[in-house]
Ligand binder design. Structure first.
Ligand code: HEC
Length: 286
């Protein structure tokens, strides 16, 4: 595993202190999410001056011309098509009590992906789309779905698809708990962990565009806009929950439970700093 990561290690060494000295997070003591988001975006725009802002939502494909061509070819016969169909059917299928998903969401669940996750003032916590879908099921007497398997991926694929092109619009309400959730997600993103002592940022902020094994690391800007994502390596679709737990395992860390509060805060942070970038999901990767 350590050997496998060698190119990345080399890249890190080459970037050295320089990369480490310009974290886009900023060093301000008072949290300022709007300033964070601006600095975050500027960092990527400067690092990749040839990539158009709205292209960042295409992950690794945004960073490399050959891969971009592959992406265009893939989009003609998208491998997520099956999942999308399944999600559409599932979404329309009434629960045992006659109600459906549409009854649980604003605008009947259509074109709303860009508003998730949101901070729930009553509960004082972040609510993601995956969590809201399971809460909807449970409120209607249906068992919760696994957060890392095909059905949840299919439902979120359909909901993303109906929201394509809509810019992320994540709000941080005037509530100290919301700001704390954001800060907590940010801390999680930049904290080093696992046997390899990597943070999320080590790979997705300092080394996007670098190869790790056969994969090209996606930039953290717009990294959730294409979720859920089909991966050939998985032979199927992966939810945000699946991606977070997989990335934690990759650094030989112990993943949290899907939808753990920390992961929800992390999703809140990562979505907020991509505000304004369009939803592009579902996506497909090599
Ligand atoms: C050791 C490097 C590494 C670390 C650390 C890492 N990831 Fe990843 N991540 C990858 C690889 C490899 C992929 C698959 C290729 C790609 O799309 O970037 C990936 C993909 C992703 C994707 C899907 C992006 C896309 O467009 O396909 C998300 C979202 C993501 N990671 C989030 C995270 C988060 C959040 C953390 C911290 C908990 C994290 N990653 C830590 C290596 C890493």
């Amino acid at each position: 595993m350590v050997l496998v990561l060698t190119p990345l290690r080399l890249a890190l060494a080459a970037l050295g202190a320089l990369a480490l000295s310009v974290p886009p997070a900023g060093a301000a003591d008072t949290p300022d999410p709007a300033a964070d988001a601006k600095a975050f975006r500027n960092y990527f725009v400067r690092k990749f001056p040839n990539v158009k802002l709205e292209e960042f939502v295409n992950g690794p494909y945004a960073l490399n011309q050959d891969m971009h061509r592959q992406w265009e070819e893939k989009e003609q016969f998208p491998p997520y098509e099956f999942s999308l169909e399944m999600g559409k059917e599932m979404f329309a299928m009434p629960f045992g009590n006659g109600k459906g998903y549409a009854d649980c969401f604003p605008n009947q669940g259509i074109g709303i992906r860009q508003n998730y996750p949101y901070f729930d003032n009553k509960e004082g916590k972040v609510v993601t789309l995956e969590l809201a879908l399971n809460r909807c099921r449970e409120a209607n007497g249906e068992p919760a779905l696994s957060y890392v398997e095909d059905e949840m991926a299919a439902l979120t694929a359909y909901m993303a698809f109906t929201s394509r092109g809509k810019p992320f619009d994540i709000r941080i309400p005037d509530d100290p708990r919301a700001l704390e959730a954001y800060q907590n997600g940010k801390r999680y993103f930049y904290a080093r962990r696992g046997q390899l002592n990597f943070s999320c940022a080590t790979c997705h902020v300092q080394n996007p565009g670098e190869r790790m094994r056969a994969e090209v690391l996606a930039p953290a800007l717009g990294i959730l806009n294409a979720m859920p994502i089909y991966r050939s390596e998985w032979g199927g679709m992966g939810t945000i929950s699946r991606r977070f737990t997989t990335c934690n395992s990759q650094i030989r860390g112990v993943p949290l439970d899907p939808q753990d509060e920390e992961y929800r805060d992390l999703e809140y942070y990562l979505s907020y700093v991509s505000n304004g970038l369009p939803i592009s999901g579902p996506g497909a990767r090599p």
